[in-house]
Design a protein around this ligand. Sequence first.
Ligand SMILES: Nc1ncnc2c1ncn2[C@@H]1O[C@H](COP(=O)(O)OP(=O)(O)OP(=O)(O)O)[C@@H](O)[C@H]1O
Ligand SMILES: [Mg+2]
Length: 245
Amino acid sequence: MRLSGLGFRVGGLDILQDVDLEVAQGECLGVIGPNGAGKTTLFNLLSGLLTPTAGQVEIEGRNLAGLGPAPRARLGLGRTFQSSTVFAALSPLDHARLAALARAGAHPHWWARLRPGDPAQGLAVEAVRAVGLEKLADRPVAALSHGDRRKVELAILLAGGARTLLLDEPMAGVNREDVPELVQLIARLRQGGRTVLMVEHHMAVVMGLVDRVAVLHHGRLLTCGTPEEVASDTTVQAVYLGDPL
Ligand SMILES: Nc1ncnc2c1ncn2[C@@H]1O[C@H](COP(=O)(O)OP(=O)(O)OP(=O)(O)O)[C@@H](O)[C@H]1O
Ligand SMILES: [Mg+2]
């Protein structure tokens, strides 16, 4: 994925400015920055929810200009949101089936009956297993812990065939003791050459997970480097005003 001169300006304010970044296929990139730095805005531009006012995004050599979220998803770009976005009454398997059906181009109805041999059913079962929710596959999501709901969101991406995953604070709201398991799971998502971009406030969480870290500050890319390089960068330390990285 290549971002060139990416910017978003609204009401005379530059929310994001001049972001140049190249993310290799199969790479895991952490995106950090203080509150309001523009991290979610960046993901909104990448996923097509917002239209950039400057610059462009390419994925697998294709310019995404003019494409909304649905065609981008069909090109393999999947995202999760900062706040959990699942349907309380549906099960993990229902969510994965919907994603698998959408991937197959079917008009997805959650009540659609799938036969055991249906490819969408197979993809859904596989995705639920990949995130470790097979024992809870048929429970309503309302009965699941917050950490398990976040896994459902990841299963949706897998079932939908995402090859580039944008995860906006996937650990937000998750119990501290459940974080290591989610980190492991995200590490596994990279298997098969998937690319992961992940917003996370605390470097400690992503230290062992990401290849590089991009730091946003006031809508600009402050720096991008290995976790070690970024953690020892005095400008980055100053931005965090003494918060531990
Ligand atoms: N459409 C918009 N119109 C006006 N201001 C916006 C818009 N979208 C975002 N902003 C502002 O842009 C800034 C960046 O917001 P953004 O949500 O991208 O930050 P963030 O880095 O994700 O922060 P957080 O860590 O709190 O999630 C904020 O000051 C926000 O209020
Ligand atoms: Mg945000």
